[in-house]
Design a binder for this molecule. Structure first.
Ligand SMILES: [Zn+2]
Length: 248
């Protein structure tokens, strides 16, 4: 399998919630390493403090439309992360998935065709039920796996690159996580975190540190060389969708 321009595998990274503090630390690293980023946004909370009580990032300022315009002009992308970040079931899927897309498109003034499951995969089945009819072309979950060109775009996995995990499967940050697997399979890694900060993760099972993020980018560039396509997820979905259409 060849990706565009003869690339052998793909690397993407996503930041759930899209907090404004990404601009201080993560964004400069993206520029330095030439990696485009992606933010998954709660549709009803663009450019205002996050209002999700109990969240590690509750009260943090979320990127504004102008700030997002700037990032998108640099090649970043966006997805919808629900209307309120509530767990999604049959009763609220219309608001959290369908209406959220229109609300986010309105707030950003740009198309939104990817959904990113909030919380955990328990919200996935109800989101999936309504996503395609609502106009989404892809869904990102938090299943830790490498995607391939054959992966269902409505069930994309993401690789958590966090500092440390709790039991029962304790683990620590690994800058190589799944990269050689992706290279061998011709696959697509989508990393997942929130807002890496210097020295200390906000929450060790939700983020890595800024230093770990830099190790990750350095490792992607070193392992990937000229073979890795550094792309934000919407670009990859568009490429796979066009390729599928061309086959039909
Ligand atoms: Zn989230």
């Amino acid at each position: 399998m060849a990706w565009p321009n003869g690339k052998r595998w793909v690397y993407s990274i996503t930041y759930d919630e899209g907090v404004q503090r990404l601009l201080e630390h993560a964004v400069p690293l993206h520029r330095q390493y030439g990696v485009p980023g992606h933010v998954a946004l709660v549709a009803g909370q663009v450019g205002v403090p996050r209002d999700v009580p109990g969240s590690s990032f509750d009260g943090w300022m979320i990127l504004s439309r102008a700030e997002l315009d700037g990032l998108c002009a640099e090649g970043w992308g966006v997805s919808c992360h629900g209307m309120t970040h509530a767990a999604i079931g049959p009763d609220n899927a219309d608001v959290e998935v369908v209406q959220a897309r229109a609300t986010l498109e309105q707030a950003l003034g740009r198309p939104v065709t990817m959904f990113c499951v909030p919380g955990n995969n328990d919200s996935y089945p109800s989101a999936l039920q309504v996503a395609a009819a609502a106009g989404y072309r892809a869904i990102m979950t938090i299943t830790d796996m490498v995607n391939t060109p054959e992966t269902d775009l409505m069930a994309l996995g993401r690789v958590p690159i966090h500092t440390r995990y709790p039991g029962p499967f304790f683990s620590v940050f690994d800058p190589y996580k799944r990269l050689h697997q992706a290279r061998d399979l011709g696959g697509w890694v989508i990393d997942y975190c929130h807002c890496p900060l210097p020295g200390q993760p906000v929450h060790e099972a939700k983020d890595c540190t800024l230093e770990e993020l830099e190790q990750r980018f350095e490792t992607v560039r070193r392992v990937g060389g000229d073979e890795v396509w550094l792309a934000e997820p919407n670009e990859v979905v568009a490429w796979l969708t066009d390729r599928e259409a061309a086959r039909d």
